[in-house]
Design a protein around this ligand. Structure first.
Ligand code: R5P
Length: 290
C-alpha cells in the first residue's frame, strides 16, 4: 500500500502513512495560466494499492479534478487498484433531484471519479448515506462524531447536552451522547428549496442552565449554527459549543458564530482549518488496515 499525498490533504496523508508505516508518495501540482490543473505523482505505484488522500472542500471543483487526475496517473503507472480517501466529499448535499431539471450531483461526481480510475472510496459523515449505494464502486462513510465528542469529554465537558440542528443530524447527537452522556435532542430546520433560506423553530428542550454542544456534519456559512445558538440562548442554556466533521467555514463564518455566543468551534482535519483540532488519521489508518 502506498499513500498518495493529495495537495488538499498532505498533512492528513502524512499522518496516516506514519501510523501505517507506509510509503508516502508526494504530488507535484500547479495551475496553468488558464486555470487548468496539473498533477504528477512522484514515485511508482506499480503493482500497488494506491491510497489517494484528497479532501474536496473549496475550491471543490479544482480539488475534484486533481483527484481524478491523480487516479488516472496512479492507474497509468500500474497501480493494481486505487482507493480514494476523501474526508469531505463535495456535491453530496445534492443527494437527490429536489426540483425537476436538477442534476443528481453526488452521483455524477462519483461516476466521473470511476471513469478516471477510482475503484473504491472512503469518506466521513456523508450527508445522506443512501447516496453511496448509487455509486459505481464500493464506497463507505465513517463517523467522526465519537472522536469529536471525546475531545469535549477530555476538555471537561462530560454531561454536556448533545444537540442536532435538524432531524437529519439526530444520529450525530445520539452518537455524541454515547460519549458525553448528558442527554440529546434536535431542532426543526426548514430550508426553502428555491431561495436556500434556512429557518429553525424554537421547541421545548431540557437545556436551561446546561452546557450544550451542537453537532453537525458541515459548517459552511455558519447560518445553521447561529440560528441554533440563538434558540439555545432563548432557552437559557448556560454555555454553547459547536462541533462539525467538515469545517468549511466560508468567509467570516467563524467570527459570526463566536459573536452569536458560541464559546468554541471544533472540527476535524478532514478539512484543514483553524478549528481542525481533531485528527481523522487514526480512524482512517485503522479502516485501511481492515
Ligand atoms: C445541511 O443540512 C447540513 O447538515 C448543514 O447543517 C449545513 O450544510 C450547514 O450549512 P450552513 O453552515 O451554511 O448553515
Amino acid at each position: 500500500m502506498k499513500i498518495v499525498l493529495g495537495p488538499s490533504s498532505k498533512e492528513l496523508g502524512e499522518k496516516i502513512a506514519d501510523i501505517l508505516k507506509a510509503e508516502k508518495l508526494p504530488v507535484a501540482f500547479k495551475n496553468f495560466p488558464d486555470g487548468e490543473s496539473y498533477v504528477r505523482i512522484e514515485g511508482s505505484t506499480q503493482g500497488e494499492e494506491a491510497i489517494i488522500v484528497q479532501t474536496t472542500s473549496p475550491p471543490q471543483d479544482q480539488r475534484l479534478i486533481q483527484l481524478a487526475l491523480m487516479a488516472d496517473a496512479a492507474k497509468r503507472t500500474g497501480a493494481k487498484n486505487v482507493k480514494a480517501v476523501v474526508p469531505y466529499l463535495a456535491y453530496t448535499r445534492q443527494d437527490k433531484v429536489f426540483l425537476a431539471g436538477e442534476a443528481l450531483s453526488g452521483e455524477a461526481v462519483a461516476n466521473m471519479l470511476k471513469a478516471a480510475g477510482v475503484d473504491s472510496l472512503l469518506t466521513f459523515n456523508v450527508h445522506e448515506g443512501a447516496l453511496l449505494k448509487r455509486f459505481p464502486f464500493p464506497a463507505k462513510t465513517l463517523s467522526a462524531i465519537p472522536v469529536l465528542a471525546e475531545y469535549f469529554k477530555q476538555r471537561g465537558l462530560e454531561r454536556a447536552f448533545s444537540l442536532a440542528p435538524d432531524d437529519g443530524a439526530l444520529y450525530m447527537a445520539r452518537e455524541a451522547e454515547q460519549v458525553l452522556k448528558g442527554g440529546y435532542g434536535f431542532l426543526e430546520k426548514h430550508r426553502d428549496l428555491y431561495t436556500g433560506h434556512v429557518s429553525i423553530q424554537k421547541k421545548p428542550l431540557e437545556v436551561k442552565g446546561k452546557t450544550v454542544v451542537i453537532f453537525d456534519d458541515i459548517i459552511s456559512s455558519g447560518g445553521t449554527i447561529i440560528r441554533a445558538a440563538r434558540i439555545l440562548k432563548k432557552l437559557e442554556a448556560a454555555r454553547i459549543f459547536a462541533s462539525c466533521v467538515h469545517p468549511l467555514l466560508i468567509g467570516d463564518a467563524e467570527k459570526h458564530i463566536l459573536s452569536a455566543g458560541v464559546e468554541e468551534i471544533v472540527g476535524t482535519d478532514g478539512v484543514p482549518s483553524a478549528v481542525s483540532k481533531v485528527s481523522l488519521a487514526p480512524i482512517i489508518a485503522k479502516e485501511l488496515l481492515g
